[in-house]
Design a protein around this ligand. Structure first.
Ligand code: ADP
Ligand code: MG
Length: 236
């Protein structure tokens, strides 16, 4: 069977800047796959190219063998790929509930079952449903960004640095929830600077360096890899 997500040799530019130089990766149905890499390696650019926010100059992105690059982001979302962006980016003046409903717009309306699922994963969001998103804490905004992406009922969830800027206890909570989301049947492509925790919940991982994949392996093998440990797991 075709992979859930397949990225073939994509080259993405910002004007003259050649940010992705032939990135290829696959994500199988049911997996959590992590993309690790230093600041500026091209992790966010990879996710944005998959979700249609950026268009690759060459190469292709396929969802279940169907080409999705070249489609606008809202079409890609409707086809089953939802992204929780880096830096959370919730709509600050809208309430929590309004933000969640925005996530469901690709289906032209909110399914109460989807809302209930998000509230089960993040009970805090239910408590704060009527509160303006801009007044939430960082951790709560991150929950909201993930919850909003889930409202699109994605087959593949793209998470860009969900642990960024969160207190350690919240980081752990977010990673647990990502695992729950995955166990409930959503395939996950995760981008993280916190490589240790990301690999700990992942099936496989890729290492991205200056726009190129330099290593791909099972997550436990990457966790044992000497170079990975030195470069990304904070060991000297
Ligand atoms: N909007 C932009 N305009 C120009 N260059 C950009 C833009 N966004 C990112 N880049 C450049 O593309 C490269 C990859 O960036 P990015 O994908 O954000 O990296 P990461 O998410 O791994 O930190 C970096 O060199 C970065 O400076
Ligand atoms: Mg980034």
């Amino acid at each position: 069977m075709a992979s859930m997500l397949e990225v073939n040799d994509i080259h993405t530019y910002y004007g003259q800047i050649h940010a992705l130089k032939g990135v290829s990766l696959t994500v199988e149905e049911g997996e959590i796959v992590t993309l690790i890499g230093s600041n500026g390696a091209g992790k966010s650019t990879t996710l944005k190219t998959i979700s249609g926010l950026l268009s690759p100059r060459s190469g292709e992105v396929k969802l279940r063998d169907k080409r999705i690059n070249g489609q606008p982001a809202h079409k890609v979302a409707a086809m089953g790929v939802a992204q929780s962006p880096e830096g959370r980016r919730v709509f600050p003046r809208m309430t929590v509930l309004e933000n969640l409903k925005m996530g469901a717009f690709v289906h032209r309306g909110t399914d109460p079952a989807d809302l209930e699922r998000v509230y089960m994963l993040f009970p805090r969001l239910k408590e704060r449903a009527g509160q303006k998103a801009g007044t939430l804490s960082g951790g709560e905004q991150q929950m909201l960004a993930i919850g909003r992406a889930l409202m699109a009922r994605p087959r593949v969830l793209l998470l860009d640095e969900p642990s960024m800027g969160l207190a350690p206890i919240l980081v752990e909570q977010i990673f647990h929830t990502v695992q729950d989301i995955n166990r409930q049947g959503t395939t996950v492509l995760l981008v993280e600077q916190n490589a240790l925790m990301a690999l700990a919940i992942s099936h496989r991982g890729y290492v991205l360096q200056t726009g190129t994949i330099v290593l791909a392996d099972k997550a436990d093998a990457l966790l044992r890899n000497e170079e990975v440990r030195k470069a990304y797991l904070g060991e000297s």
